[in-house]
Design a protein around this ligand. Structure first.
Ligand code: NAD
Length: 452
């Protein structure tokens, strides 16, 4: 147990440090007093202690991990070894009420993300949530709505850490600066395929080390099966994220990262029309492997209305040129303008000018001094935003990320509804097919609420 004395005073300092310390020097790191002195550390709860959480242990070493929540006792020692003073919890609902918390970093199953995010925001806690932020349209809308009432005081980030690759900035710059003229259309794809027939059958009682009831959390009942736990650390999500009650398949998995390549460029809100198609029939247990979903994104102050299409599990956009095999890019994005194409993966981009001359005299790359600043360390961007008085400045805050995942979830809703949806984004309602509104949410177990 490690409770910092006078937590309320400390929290007040962390949140109001800028105002209180008007005369202090804020160093370029963004942290008050520069170095991370003991009283400039966040009191963090780590929820979901192993697997993906390992990627955050390093960042958390600069903070105070005061609480750890884990449903699998076998996974707990990895984290308690790193953070021996933390109080241990099994139920995240109790963990969030740990006295003196400032922030939560969560690496649990996808079906708990929106719940934990919303409960944490309701308690005025900063949140780093692993991707995807939500697995239904309504979950995304609930978290965004709560976040927007608190965005001036709470820092949030969704674990789309590839965003820190400088290629994300370079892509945004070159497309905004007109390297392919006016943007006309965007294509994003991922080739991962994890076919499964259906939920796993009952395989005896869960071992005493796993609290299966808490693992299920808000999800409807399913019998325990060890295969849900048979993946390697950090890849175990591939054992459960394709089942509707636990995830949204590749939309939320690699889709979170890959759509981010496009979303970072587009300055998009929410779509007005969604179409989806798949060679697969709807399976009530498992999300589709092969899916194409297109989204009409309204115009904004720098681009016209465009269509953005997501392809997964074997579906692919057409190559812009015979010499370019898009299949060799496992997860990528392609931007089509009236003067050419940009094809990108996470770390590189290829510019393909239109026409035989390849004349690009219309394009002037921006001077080095005007390049977008490097994001730096993605996790640190969040811990610094918790402290430096600019909480909304994180790249993948809950407004940006909720818009993106709500859009992706609408693609799945269109697939389930069997075709095309017109969407009133202000109200969160499908207007051309009343039946389809049932796919904007999902059933939950009695006793679980998102608004706790
Ligand atoms: N950002 C990335 O690149 C990246 C990479 C891998 C995984 N992830 C995300 O991280 C999350 C976890 O993935 P994983 O592969 O580590 O999964 P996992 O099944 O190994 O779960 C991670 C840990 O959380 C624990 N846990 C599960 N449900 C819990 C609950 N309700 N309360 C407390 N602890 C709970 C598990 O026992 C495990 O120790 C997923 O949402 C996944 O999408 C992100």
């Amino acid at each position: 147990m490690n409770e910092t004395p006078h937590p309320l005073n400390r929290r007040h300092f962390l949140r109001t440090g800028l105002a209180v310390g008007g005369g202090l020097t804020i160093l370029p790191s963004g942290t008050l007093f520069g170095a991370e002195s003991a009283n400039n550390r966040l009191n963090v709860a780590l929820i979901g202690a192993y697997g993906r959480a390992r990627a955050h242990y390093g960042t958390l070493k600069s903070e105070n991990v005061v609480a750890i929540c884990e449903v699998n006792q076998k996974n707990l020692p990895f984290a308690t070894k790193e953070f021996p003073k933390a109080k241990v919890y099994e139920d995240w609902r109790k963990c969030l009420d740990h006295p003196g918390l400032d922030a939560v970093l969560c690496c649990t199953t996808d079906h708990t993300h929106a719940f934990i995010a919303n409960w944490a925001l309701n308690r005025d806690l900063h949140v780093y949530m692993e991707k995807p932020l939500a697995i239904t349209v309504n979950e995304a809308r609930t978290v965004r709505a709560t976040y927007l009432t608190k965005k001036d005081k709470l820092a949030t980030q969704v674990g789309m850490q590839r965003h820190a690759d400088p290629n994300f900035n370079r892509l945004r710059e070159c497309i905004h600066d007109g390297v392919i003229g006016s943007l006309k259309e965007v294509y994003v794809w991922g080739n991962r395929q994890i076919p499964k027939p259906g939920y796993l059958p009952a395989a005896g009682p869960p071992p005493s080390t796993i609290n299966w009831d808490l693992w299920l959390g808000p999800s409807p009942e399913h019998p325990y099966n060890p295969e849900y736990f048979s993946g390697g650390p950090g890849a175990n999500c591939l054992q459960w994220n394709m089942y509707w009650d636990f995830g949204i398949g590749q939309m939320g998995d690699m889709g979170s990262h890959t759509m981010d390549l496009a979303w970072n460029v587009l300055d998009a809100g929410l779509p007005t029309n969604i179409k989806a198609s798949s060679p697969e029939a709807f399976n009530p247990d498992v999300t589709p492997v092969n899916l194409t979903a297109s989204f009409i994104l309204p115009p904004n102050d720098w681009r016209e209305q465009i269509r953005c299409t997501w392809f997964q599990g074997g579906a692919m956009p057409k190559s812009p040129s015979g010499g370019i095999d898009l299949n060799r890019i496992g997860h990528g994005a392609m931007f089509k303008g009236d003067k050419g194409f940009v094809v990108a993966d996470f770390g590189k981009r290829i510019i393909i000018p239109d026409g035989r001359s390849g004349n690009m005299s219309y394009y002037k790359p921006r001077p080095e001094a005007e390049l977008l600043p490097d994001l730096g360390n993605f996790q640190k961007q969040w811990t610094q935003a918790c402290k430096n008085g600019k909480p909304a400045a994180t790249a993948c805050n809950f407004e940006y990320s909720a818009n993106m995942i709500e859009t992706m979830c609408l693609g799945l809703a269109a697939f389930r509804a069997g075709g095309e949806l017109d969407y009133d984004a202000a109200k969160g309602v499908v207007t051309n097919n009343a039946e389809a509104n049932q796919y904007l949410t999902k059933p939950y177990r009695e006793g679980w609420t998102m608004n706790g």
